[in-house]
Design a protein around this ligand. Structure first.
Ligand code: HAM
Length: 444
């Protein structure tokens, strides 16, 4: 009978039909925010978003799923393998967004935000993005960005606003950074420069030394070769022509204003003539935020943020021609740097009161007291699932509680409670009616 067989199987371990344990692990290129990291993660995220609010940006949330077409001309090598995509039931190619910019621009158009919001439209968004990239340290396939856009402003002050915001927000988090800047000029200068660059890379002996990806990209997008991190390609790049020599009068003037403002605002920056960025929609100013590693043991160097001007993208996405600038900050990288530099952000809780209980009945009473104090605005914590007083007091210490309130059978019967000063260890019995006034005295 099946019932009996089941019973037998349960009793005889050898017969139990369980497949060998499979340990599930994270998908390569993804990251958990563990319990240990969560507080700092939230602080970094909130600090950055708070900064953007203060600088006049409004928050917007767009879906993770977008039409693939929206990202058609964003990525340098535009390799569809880099996107996570699928065909929907509506026979549309859908992607897990590889960046937040296009979603924001789509929403800008869809909700006519140009009319709805003050000019220039300043929007920001926070959330996960997905890129099926080559795996490397500090490079994930799912990661989180805080992304800000200024839409409708062609003056250099708008890209400076973004650089200053990023620079100061990292400073505020305790990280020293430097802004790498360059100008990619307008469409015409880029055209001339690209021809020069192609000719340079085609010179005898250079092409054969390029990595396979650069060889393929040479005809399609020579600027992409400047972004390559392969040793040999970087070596060749040292002699490559620089776009600074091809800038039009307007682009030159625009860029010199950017530099002038950065000087005036005391922002630490470095001119990198080969900075082109991994995305293909930029013109004129491009920038990246790099950490200045004071500590020798800093393991990895990578940009914490990046962005630039993109005066043609809004139009390419079907809207009227609108100048714009934007940037994004990688939250995982920011947090890694903060940890690497030993910066602890999680503030010690202020005037925390821990409520401990001994016995089942005391749990109910302490829950009532907890709720009363919480409603009154006291910073209270508890550990109701724990029975041992020792463990509860250890937790109170770990939380850096100022006071503990302990309630057991005796206190329940007497309508009293034990008030323990966590610094001195001194305990006193107080009537339950006087809890608030006695706490207030202690916390003064
Ligand atoms: P992005 O340079 O591709 O720019 O990314 C911005 C930041 O996201 C990087 O500086 C880095 O901190 C982080 N990041 C990028 N890729 C990865 C990765 N694979 N793993 C971990 N972190 C990463 C953009 O995304 C543009 N949408 C910025 C922008 C907005 N331009 C104009 N508007």
């Amino acid at each position: 009978m099946p019932k009996q067989r089941n019973q037998k199987n349960r009793n005889n371990k050898k017969n139990v039909n369980i497949k060998p344990g499979k340990n599930f692990s994270r998908i390569l290129g993804t990251k958990d925010v563990t319990v240990k990291d969560f507080d700092n993660w939230e602080i970094v995220k909130n600090n950055i978003t708070d900064f953007l609010h203060r600088y006049g940006f409004k928050q917007i949330e767009t879906p993770i799923l977008e039409k693939a077409e929206l990202f058609k001309s964003s990525f340098r090598n535009n390799d569809p393998k880099e996107f996570y995509s699928f065909i929907s039931d509506k026979k549309e190619k859908v992607v897990l967004r590889p960046e937040l910019t296009q979603g924001i621009l789509r929403a800008y158009q869809e909700y006519n935000l140009e009319e709805e919001m003050p000019h220039p439209v300043r929007l920001f968004s926070v959330g996960p993005v997905f890129r099926q990239e080559k795996l490397q340290n500090g490079r994930y396939r799912q990661f989180n960005q805080v992304n800000a856009e200024v839409i409708g402003e062609d003056k250099p002050v708008s890209e400076v606003l973004l650089m200053v915001t990023a620079y100061n927000m990292f400073k505020d988090l305790g990280l020293n950074v430097e802004v790498q800047i360059n100008s990619l000029g307008d469409k015409d200068c880029q055209k001339e420069y690209k021809n020069k660059l192609t000719a340079f890379y085609k010179e005898r002996g250079k092409r054969s030394k390029l990595c396979n990806s650069c060889k393929k990209l040479l005809e399609k997008d020579p600027l992409a070769l400047l972004d390559c991190k392969e040793k040999e390609c970087m070596e060749i790049r040292k002699d490559a022509p620089q776009i600074a020599d091809f800038l039009s009068e307007d682009s030159r003037e625009h860029f010199s204003k950017v530099v002038e403002y950065l000087d005036e605002l005391d922002i630490r920056y470095n001119f990198d003539p080969y900075l082109v960025r991994g995305l293909s929609y930029y013109n004129d100013t491009v920038f990246e935020i790099w950490p200045l590693d004071e500590k020798e043991n800093a393991q990895f160097r990578y940009s914490l943020g990046g962005g630039g001007r993109y005066d043609n993208l809004v139009e390419k996405l079907g809207n009227k021609a609108t100048p714009a600038v934007g940037m994004a900050i990688g939250l995982e990288r920011a947090l890694t740097k903060i940890k690497e530099q030993g910066l602890i952000l999680f503030p010690k809780p202020y005037n925390l009161i821990f409520i401990a209980q001994i016995s089942e009945q005391a749990k109910i009473k302490s829950l009532q007291i907890f709720e009363e104090l919480r409603k009154e605005g006291y910073n209270v914590r508890h550990s109701f699932a724990t029975n041992s007083l020792k463990t509860q007091l250890e937790e109170a210490k770990e939380l850096d509680a100022r006071l503990s309130l302990i309630i057991g059978k005796k206190e329940l019967n007497d309508d009293t409670i034990l008030l323990r000063d966590m610094d001195s260890g001194v305990q006193e019995i107080i009537p339950q009616k006087k809890i608030k006034s006695d706490i207030n005295k202690k916390l003064k």
